[in-house]
Design a protein around this ligand. Structure first.
Ligand code: SAH
Length: 259
């Protein structure tokens, strides 16, 4: 073997999209097919794994399915060890690897060890959730921008300032909130400091999957709606005037309207 043919250790972080395998990119499918080891996150749709070869070793590193969540440090070590053994390692992450996916930490860790990293985008669940309602994220009349934000207080060590975000949304920005259902009461309270009770909201659970459920209502009723409908994680909360008119459209399967 000539030195040029020696393969250098490489890990590919691949966005698996929101769940529907048809929303994978062509690049993602190619990477999954080429993998010899697949490290699979929690929210990766089962259908996506269809593209893996039979001989590929699939390691589930998520907490759904009964196991405790695998510590991030262990996942990083495992990725590095397999890549250094010469395996073609693909780290499959739900949505996009760089949207609330800790992809940044993984890239840093691998690069420090001299392992090459490539990243393949995926459709982030926030995009898929809004699109599943046939609602645009921006609209020349209602919204000139979008804020993707996490409702999870610990994500950055502190809770988002909902009142400030509400003020931004009141200026015509759509809010797309990840990991927000467990904190719905708290974020509703904060958002009401800058937005009216009648501001349209939607909650979309399991976006893009056959068992998707969603509910449409108003900000003044956000936490109540989530509770009554039994909506839970994984879900996206959307807030903003782009949702106007949604309440007057015929409802699809899995949808609930609250007057
Ligand atoms: N990297 C992922 C986000 C990971 S954080 C992405 O780009 O989508 C996990 C959060 O993503 C969940 O708590 C939920 O808010 C959201 N999420 C992931 N998949 C989802 C889905 N199919 N439907 C609704 N929300 C989803």
């Amino acid at each position: 073997m000539t030195p040029a043919a020696v393969t250098r250790p490489v890990v590919t972080l691949v966005g698996a999209g929101p769940g529907d395998p048809e929303l994978l990119t062509v690049k993602a499918v190619r990477a999954i097919r080429a993998a010899t080891v697949l490290l699979v996150d929690d929210l990766v749709g089962e259908g996506v794994l269809r593209y893996a070869r039979r001989s590929t070793r699939i390691v589930r590193v998520g907490k759904r399915g009964g196991c405790a969540s695998t510590p991030q440090a262990f996942i990083e070590k495992l990725m590095a060890a397999e890549a250094l053994k010469g395996e073609r390692v693909v780290r499959l992450k739900g949505g996009d690897p760089f949207v609330f996916g800790r992809g940044g930490e993984e890239v840093e860790h691998l690069r420090k060890l001299g392992i090459e990293v490539t990243v393949v985008n995926g459709i982030t669940s926030g995009l898929a959730a809004v699109t599943s309602l046939n609602v645009p994220l921006t609209h020349r009349d209602h919204a000139h921008g979008v804020i993707f934000v996490t409702g999870h207080a610990k994500e950055h060590g502190r809770s988002p300032d909902w009142a400030t975000l509400a003020a931004a949304a009141a200026q015509g920005l759509t809010l797309v909130i990840y990991m927000g259902v467990a904190q719905a009461g708290h974020l509703q309270q904060g958002l009401l400091e800058g937005l009216g009770r009648s501001t349209p909201i939607a909650v979309v659970q399991h976006a893009s999957l056959p068992h998707q459920r969603h509910a449409v209502g108003t900000l003044g009723d956000l936490a109540g709606l989530i509770e009554r409908e039994g909506l839970g994680s994984p879900a996206i909360i959307v807030v903003g005037d782009v949702l106007q008119g949604l309440a007057s459209l015929p409802l699809e399967r899995g949808a609930t309207r609250v007057a």
